[in-house]
Design a protein around this ligand. Structure first.
Ligand SMILES: Cc1cc2nc3c(=O)[nH]c(=O)nc-3n(C[C@H](O)[C@H](O)[C@H](O)COP(=O)(O)O)c2cc1C
Length: 731
C-alpha cells in the first residue's frame, strides 16, 4: 500500500472512533490508576509465592475451626470466610501462614463503578459493549496502520527506532510517542477486542462437568491435611479459590479452583477424585483481563495509564497534523482555461503552498492571469505561457499524495502550444533522495516537445526562503516579471507575539537622532537585560531585534533612527500609550554573569543592556563602564545623570565616556588603553568583559584588549574568550 493509502486509512479509522476512544482512554487511565491504588494497602505477605496449601490450610484451621472458603485475588491478597473458635464470623484478608486478620475488603467507590460501567458498556448494556468491542477492534487497525506509516517514514522495519526527523512539534511527538507506546496500545486493543468477543460468546462454550464421584477408598483413622500430595504441590499463587467441605461426610469434598483447572479433592485421603482443565478460551479471557486492566502487576498498570493518556495525545496531535495539511486554501480569480501562468503544487503537509501562494498573489496584483492548482489536477491549459511547478518529495523519493498521478497526466495531456516551464523542488538534505520527485518532473517536462525550460531545476532545502529567492531572482530575470526578492517575505509568519504598551519615549531632534523607549511587557514575561525584543514593523515576517535593559520590570530600548530604517522608523512613530505586537527572545550568551566583576564596553545604542545590568547589579560586585558616543547630546546627558546616581548608590564603581566628535576626539579604545592595568587584572581575577555596540567597535576593542592581555598577563585574549570571560553582542 502507498503512503497516502495508509494515511487515509489511519485518519478515517481515527475519525470514526475518536469520540469513543477519548472516553475509553480517559476512563481507562482512571481505572489504571485505581488498579495501582488498589495495591497500596499491601495485604500480600512477603513470601506469598512460596506458600503451599499444605502450609496454609492447617495453619488457618488451627485458628478457625470452621472455614467455608479461601480465595486469592489478582493482587495476591488471601480472603478468608470462616468462624473462629469463639463462633465469630471472619470475612477479611488474612496472613495465610498465621491467620492474622490484615484488613477488610473495600467496595469500589461509586465513582470507580461509574467509570467501569462507562468504560465497558457506555451505560448502554449489551449495545454499549458491542460498540466498545468494535472501537477496540478499530484501535487494533489504527495501531497497525500507524505502525505501517512509521515503517514507511523510517524506510523499513530495521530502521523503526532510528532517528525521527523533526518537522514540527505535533508531527515529531506523534511519531516518537507512537513508536514507544505502540506495543501497549496494541495489547490494550487486542485484549479489549477479545474480552468483547468472549462476552458475546463468539467462541464455542465448553460445558465439561465433573464426573459423578463414587468414593471407594476407606476413611483413614487419622486425617493429615499437611501430607496431602495435591496440597503440597499447589502454591497459593496458582489458586483462585478453595471451597471447603461442609461436614465430615465422605460425600463432601474440597473444590480447588486453580488458574488453569478445577479439582475435586477427597477431604480424608487428599486423592484427586475429579479434574477439569479450563478451556483455552477461558484462559485467554483471564489473560486478557490481566493485561487489559493491569490488575496483577503495578508496573504494567502504570504503563497502561501512560498508554491511555498517550492515546489522548495521539488523537489531539493527529488531528493537529491533519488540520495543518488541510489548512491550505486555493483562491483563483481566473479559470484554468483562461490562465497564462499555471502554478502546479505538489505538497503533503502544506508548506510548499505557502511559497506558491506568495508568487500567485504577486502575479495577481500585477494583473497577470495566474491559476494555482494541485499537481494531480494537471490538464490542458489552452492559454498558458508559463508553467511553474513547486513540489515536495516524500518517502523513497516519492511524490506527495496530491502529485502521484502527474507523470502519467503529462503524457496523457500534451499541451497544444509552446509553454515555458520551471520546476522548484522542496525537500530536505536530511533525506537521501533529496528532491528526487522534482527532478523526475523536470526531466519529464524537458522531454515534452511543447515545453521550454526557462530555468534549470532549483531546489529548496528545509523550506529555506533564501534558497527560494535564488529561484525567484533567476525566473524573474529570465521572464522580466518583477517579483519580491527579500527572503523574509517568503519565510514563515512569526508566532507567539504579545501586546506591549509604550510607557515612555524621549523625542528626537536635529542634533539628537537617538531615542529611548520604555515598554510594558505582559506580567508573566520572563526576561532580563541583554535579551532581545523582536518586533515586526511591517506586520509581515520581517523581524527587527533590539537589545533590552530591564528597568523596574519594563523593557527599555535605546534606538537610533536611521533614514530608511524599517524598525527604527516604526518605533519612532509610536506614542506613549501605543500598543505593539512583539516577543522577547532569550539571549542567554549575553546575560550578566552572577557574582563576577564586570567591565562593560559599549558605543552608541550598545549602552542599552548595560543600563539594566547596572540597575540589577549588587553593591558588593564592582561594575565599570566604558562607553563611546559621537557628541554630548541631551540623551547622553540623561545617561550621565543616571550613571552618577548609580555611582552614589554604589551599583557602579566607575564610568568613562569618550566623545569622538567633540573637541578632544576620544574613542572607547582610548579609554580602554588608559585603564589597561585595571582590565588586565580584572580578567586575571576571573572578572568578565562585556561588549555591546557596532561590529567595527568590537573588532577595534578586541584588538586593544588582546595587546593588553599579552602585555600584562602574557596570554592572548582568545584564552579569556575560551574561559567565557569575554561576552559580546554586536551588530
Ligand atoms: C516522512 C517524510 C519523508 C520525506 N522524504 C523526503 C525525501 O525523500 N526527499 C526529500 O528531499 N525530502 C523529504 N522530506 C522533506 C519534505 O519534502 C520537505 O520538508 C518539504 O518542504 C515538505 O513540503 P510540504 O509541507 O509542502 O509537503 C520528507 C519529509 C517527511 C516528513
Amino acid at each position: 500500500m502507498t503512503l497516502s493509502t495508509w494515511r487515509y486509512a489511519h485518519l478515517a479509522l481515527a475519525i470514526i472512533s475518536s469520540v469513543f476512544l477519548v472516553m475509553a482512554s480517559v476512563t481507562g487511565a482512571i481505572l489504571a490508576i485505581d488498579a495501582i491504588q488498589e495495591k497500596m494497602p499491601a495485604y500480600r505477605v512477603a513470601n506469598f509465592n512460596e506458600i503451599t496449601l499444605a502450609q496454609s490450610i492447617p495453619a488457618l484451621h488451627k485458628k478457625y475451626p470452621e472455614i467455608s472458603e479461601i480465595s486469592v485475588d489478582h493482587n495476591g491478597f488471601v480472603l478468608l470466610k470462616a468462624f473462629d473458635s469463639g463462633g465469630n464470623e471472619i470475612d477479611g484478608y488474612v496472613n495465610p501462614e498465621t491467620g492474622e486478620v490484615l484488613g477488610k475488603p473495600v467496595e469500589k467507590s461509586a465513582f470507580i463503578q461509574w467509570n467501569i460501567a462507562l468504560h465497558r458498556s457506555l451505560f448502554l448494556k449489551e449495545t454499549g459493549r458491542l460498540i466498545i468491542g468494535v472501537i477496540s477492534f478499530l484501535l487494533v487497525l489504527i495501531a497497525i496502520s500507524g505502525f505501517a506509516l512509521v515503517v514507511q517514514r523510517q524506510r523499513g522495519i530495521s530502521k523503526f527506532f532510528t532517528k525521527v526527523i523533526k518537522e514540527y512539534f505535533f508531527q515529531y511527538y506523534h511519531v516518537i510517542s507512537g513508536r514507544l507506546i505502540l506495543i501497549p496500545v496494541l495489547i490494550i486493543a487486542l485484549t479489549g477486542t477479545y474480552l468483547s468477543t468472549a462476552r458475546f460468546q463468539l467462541f464455542p462454550l465448553d460445558n465439561t462437568k465433573h464426573k459423578e464421584i463414587i468414593v471407594v477408598d476407606e476413611i483413614p483413622e487419622q486425617r493429615n491435611i499437611a501430607d496431602f500430595k495435591v496440597f503440597n504441590t499447589t502454591k497459593l499463587e496458582s489458586v483462585q479459590k478453595v471451597e471447603f467441605p461442609f461436614a465430615d461426610d465422605p460425600e463432601e469434598f474440597y473444590t480447588l479452583k486453580l488458574n488453569d483447572k478445577e479439582l475435586i479433592v477427597n477431604q480424608f485421603t487428599g486423592k484427586i477424585e475429579s479434574e477439569i482443565k479450563y478451556p483455552i478460551t477461558l484462559l485467554l479471557e483471564n489473560l486478557s483481563l490481566d493485561l487489559h486492566t493491569g490488575r496483577t502487576n503495578i508496573i504494567w498498570a502504570i504503563v497502561l495509564a501512560i498508554a491511555c493518556l498517550n492515546i489522548l495525545f495521539f488523537i489531539y496531535s493527529g488531528f493537529a497534523i491533519t488540520l495543518k495539511r488541510r489548512a491550505t486554501k486555493i483562491k483563483n480569480k481566473y479559470k484554468a482555461k483562461d490562465a497564462e501562468y499555471i502554478l502546479l503544487v505538489g505538497s503533503e503537509n502544506g508548506s510548499t503552498f505557502r511559497f506558491a501562494n506568495a508568487i500567485h498573489e504577486q502575479l495577481n496584483v500585477q494583473g497577470k492571469a495566474s491559476y494555482l492548482v494541485q499537481l494531480n489536477n494537471y490538464t490542458i491549459f489552452p492559454k498558458a505561457k508559463h508553467l511553474l511547478v513547486f513540489t515536495s518529495t516524500y518517502g523513497l523519493g516519492d511524490p506527495p499524495s496530491n502529485g502521484n498521478k502527474v507523470l502519467q497526466l503529462i503524457d496523457r495531456y500534451p499541451q497544444k502550444h509552446k509553454i515555458g516551464f520551471s520546476v522548484v523542488g522542496f525537500g530536505s538534505h536530511a533525506y537521501p533522495d533529496f528532491c528526487v520527485f522534482a527532478k523526475q518532473i523536470h526531466e519529464k517536462l524537458s522531454a515534452q516537445e511543447w515545453a521550454n525550460a526557462v530555468t534549470d531545476l532549483f531546489t529548496v532545502d528545509d523550506k529555506s526562503a533564501v534558497d527560494f529567492v535564488n529561484w525567484v531572482k533567476e525566473w524573474s530575470a529570465k521572464t522580466e516579471i518583477e517579483l519580491a526578492k527579500t527572503p523574509a517575505l517568503y519565510a514563515k509568519k512569526p508566532k507567539g507575539l504579545h501586546k506591549m504598551m509604550v510607557l515612555d519615549k524621549t523625542t528626537i531632534s536635529e542634533s539628537e537622532q537617538t531615542f529611548m523607549l520604555t515598554i510594558r511587557v505582559p506580567a508573566r514575561t520572563k526576561f532580563t537585560s541583554g535579551d532581545l525584543l523582536a518586533i515586526y514593523p511591517a506586520n509581515d515576517n520581517r523581524e527587527r531585534l533590539y537589545s533590552v535593559a530591564k528597568c523596574n520590570g519594563n523593557v527599555q530600548l535605546v534606538v537610533k533612527l536611521h533614514p530608511e530604517g524599517l524598525g527604527s522608523g516604526y518605533l519612532n512613530n509610536l506614542n506613549i500609550g501605543s500598543v505593539i505586537k512583539a516577543r522577547m527572545v532569550t539571549n542567554a550568551s549575553f546575560h550578566q554573569p552572577k557574582n563576577k566583576a564586570i567591565a562593560m564596553i559599549a558605543n552608541g545604542t550598545g549602552i542599552a543592556p548595560f543600563l539594566g545590568m547596572i540597575l540589577q547589579g549588587k553593591k558588593t560586585i564592582p561594575h565599570s563602564l566604558y562607553v563611546g558616543f559621537r557628541n554630548e547630546t541631551q540623551l547622553v546627558k540623561h545617561h550621565q545623570s543616571f550613571l552618577e546616581k548609580q555611582i552614589k548608590q554604589q551599583k557602579l564603581q566607575k564610568y568613562q565616556i569618550a566623545f569622538s566628535r567633540e573637541q578632544n576626539h576620544c574613542y572607547v579604545m582610548d579609554l580602554i588603553r588608559t585603564d589597561a592595568d585595571y582590565l588586565a587584572q580584572l580578567l586575571n581575577n576571573d572578572g568578565v568583559i562585556m561588549i555591546c555596540g557596532s561590529l567595527l567597535m568590537q573588532q577595534d576593542v578586541e584588538k586593544v584588549l588582546d595587546e593588553i592581555c599579552q602585555e600584562f598577563n602574557s596570554k592572548p585574549l582568545s584564552y579569556y574568550k575560551d574561559q567565557k570571560q569575554l561576552l559580546t553582542d554586536c551588530y
